[in-house]
Write a protein that binds this ligand. Structure first.
Ligand SMILES: [Zn+2]
Length: 54
């Protein structure tokens, strides 16, 4: 972890639902975790079914 660079520029996360590569938008705002809002919805739906509180 290089603390002289922003966290987002080093975040090479993939979509939590389908694993697609994500391009983080630089600047203010939260880190992108899903390729589409729909995948975020599906992932939370599945997490809830497994008993996670999301
Ligand atoms: Zn996805």
């Amino acid at each position: 972890m290089d603390y002289t660079k922003s966290y987002k520029s080093q975040c090479d996360a993939a979509c939590l639902h389908c694993g697609a590569a994500l391009a983080q938008k630089q600047g203010a705002g939260r880190v992108k975790r899903f390729c589409t809002p729909d995948h975020g919805r599906l992932w939370r739906q599945r997490a809830r079914a497994l008993g996670f509180d999301v």
